[in-house]
Design a protein around this ligand. Structure first.
Ligand SMILES: Nc1ncnc2c1ncn2[C@@H]1O[C@H](COP(=O)(O)OP(=O)(O)OP(=O)(O)O)[C@@H](O)[C@H]1O
Length: 308
């Protein structure tokens, strides 16, 4: 479990993280979402003691990260897969990390297997593809068999197979009861991966809820309808108090209603319909809506209102 309380980081004029408070629970995959520059990496660095908060605290399994005698056994992290000595082989890189952290060398072979690095472990890292570097970075994170795992944008640049593999790995790690925090700016990816979402924008908390709740909470109902009598239909629907907008000469968009309701009304009015559908809001739309709010920065609005 990770507990973030009042976490704030200022770099000169830039308020990178602004009074963030949230929990990351064990046994779940928690997606940490926000547009570029939202403060995700800075928050993760502070969780790992790599950056000192201006104010506030982060506790990992009840303690500050810096208080752990063997931190790699407590927390594994994938931050920047490029930050490795590329002249070494993958296996050597892992062996050095194991040795300097008091981890038995048998774990090296175990994690090489676990991430499917296979024979590539014998090759020098400089010849690795991005996907292989990512697997090596994840192997390093798993080395100490930690209860808490942080992955900063692990999906970036991966092909479909790689994405699927990471998704399954995150699920497995959470099912084993570990705490899994994974950052991304791709809402659509998190929809399939995360149980909970912590969404931030400009360093501030925007939403902290289950993925399903965030979708439901934002799920603005919308109906599209086409008719040969759009003018008549538009005025009649408005008379019924619905918010209606014309999107094409013969197509209307109705907010806050359902296809069943609009269909029944049209039938009662004797207006023939050529098309009628409910429009599902995608997570991507929900995300844009959530974060565009943070860009506008409405004063006085509490952080979790949007999701609840
Ligand atoms: N060492 C630093 N010095 C000055 N400003 C910094 C530093 N690190 C981050 N920032 C600034 O803090 C803000 C948050 O950056 P951060 O990298 O944490 O965001 P992010 O959500 O991880 O974005 P991305 O998805 O682009 O990685 C940005 O405005 C960034 O420019």
């Amino acid at each position: 479990m990770i507990e973030v309380r009042g976490l704030t980081k200022r770099y000169g004029e830039v308020l990178a993280v602004d009074d963030l408070s949230f929990d990351v629970e064990q046994g779940l995959v928690t997606g940490f979402l926000g547009p570029n520059g939202a403060g995700k990496s800075t928050t993760m660095r502070m969780m790992l003691g790599l950056d000192r908060p201006t104010s506030g605290t982060v506790l990992v399994n009840g303690q500050p990260f810096t208080s752990f005698a063997e931190p790699l056994r407590e927390v594994g992290a994938l931050l920047d897969p490029g930050a490795v000595h590329s002249g070494r082989t993958g296996r050597n890189h892992l062996r050095i990390a194991a040795r300097t952290n008091g981890i038995p060398l048998s774990r090296v072979e175990a994690v090489i297997d676990q991430v499917g690095l296979g024979s590539a472990a014998r090759r020098r890292i400089k010849g690795y593809s991005l996907g292989m570097r990512q697997r090596l970075g994840i192997a390093a994170a798993l080395l100490g068999d930690p209860r808490v795992l942080l992955f900063d944008e692990p999906i970036n640049g991966l092909d479909l197979d790689g994405v699927r593999w990471i998704r399954e790995l995150l699920r497995r790690l959470a099912d084993e009861g570990r705490t899994v925090l994974v950052s991304s700016h791709l809402m659509s990816e998190m929809q399939q991966t995360a149980d909970r979402l912590v969404v931030i924008g400009r360093g501030r908390l925007i939403a902290d809820a289950t993925t399903a709740d965030i979708l439901r909470g934002l799920g603005r109902r919308e109906v599209r309808v086409r008719s040969s009598q759009p003018d008549l239909l538009l005025s009649r629907l408005r008379e019924h108090g619905l918010v209606v907008e014309r999107v094409e000469p013969q197509e209307l968009r109705i907010e806050g209603s359902t296809a069943a309701e609009v269909g029944d009304l049209a039938y009662a009015l004797g207006v023939a319909l050529h098309h009628l559908s409910d429009v599902e809001q995608s997570l991507e739309q929900a995300f844009i809506e959530l974060t565009s709010d943070s860009v506008e920065y409405h004063g006085g609005r509490t952080t979790q209102e949007v999701a609840r």
